[in-house]
Design a protein around this ligand. Structure first.
Ligand code: FES
Length: 206
């Protein structure tokens, strides 16, 4: 799959440090783990660093996290380069991630991806000239039951086709936040037309 350029190919900031607020958050995260196991905090700390740094993770941020967790920088780099939720290069304001794994593919992810390319005018791994969108292909995002789907930043858009995909991208381009979830008339993952009612009663009631 095509992805944005490697992090070694982009201009890197010379330094990174957490803001005072994020430093406090980082300390609270580290404190959740047993003494001596602070390295387990590497994923949430990288995520915090990425949020702070405009949704991408420069090398200086990985090194900062390594120092905080007393880890070899290469170990942190290995983690950051393994998980696709970490962006190693600057990305557009809307990170459009189209799942093309088998269940989504069988349900029409080709049409979703084509609609993205057509609407945005970019290929996979590219960012629109206005910096609004970056388009990538990703492996299963665990919403297969509502395939095909795409994730934009933190929102999942499901049960897509070319028309609904284009509609969502149009809305995002206008600065709106379209409603996430199924884009057809169904409730969560229930069969089309079915109504889900919670018949469970609170503990202690009949
Ligand atoms: S295959 Fe697309 S979400 Fe699982």
């Amino acid at each position: 799959m095509s992805q944005p350029a490697a992090h070694k190919d982009v201009a890197q900031p010379e330094s990174f440090s957490f803001t005072p607020d994020n430093l406090e958050r980082a300390k609270r995260i580290i404190a959740k783990y047993p003494a001596g196991k602070q390295q387990s905090a590497v994923l949430p700390l990288l995520e915090l660093a990425q949020r702070q740094h405009g949704n991408w993770l420069p090398i200086a941020a990985m090194e900062h996290v390594a120092r905080m967790l007393d880890m070899a920088p290469i170990r942190v780099r290995e983690v950051a380069t393994f998980y696709t939720m970490f962006n190693l290069t600057p990305i557009g304001r809307n990170h459009v991630q189209v799942c093309t794994t088998t269940p989504c593919w069988l349900r029409g992810s080709d049409a979703v991806l084509d609609a993205c390319k057509k609407r945005l005018g970019v290929g996979v791994g590219e960012t629109t000239p206005d910096g609004l969108f970056t388009l990538v292909e990703v492996e299963c995002l665990a919403a297969c039951v509502n395939a095909p789907m795409m994730q934009v930043n933190e929102a999942f858009y499901e049960d897509l086709d070319a028309a609904s995909t284009t509609r969502i991208l149009d809305a995002l381009a206008r600065g709106e936040k379209p409603k996430p979830g199924p884009q057809v008339q169904r409730q969560t993952s229930a069969a089309l037309g079915a109504k889900f009612e919670n018949t469970l009663k609170p503990n202690g009631s009949d």
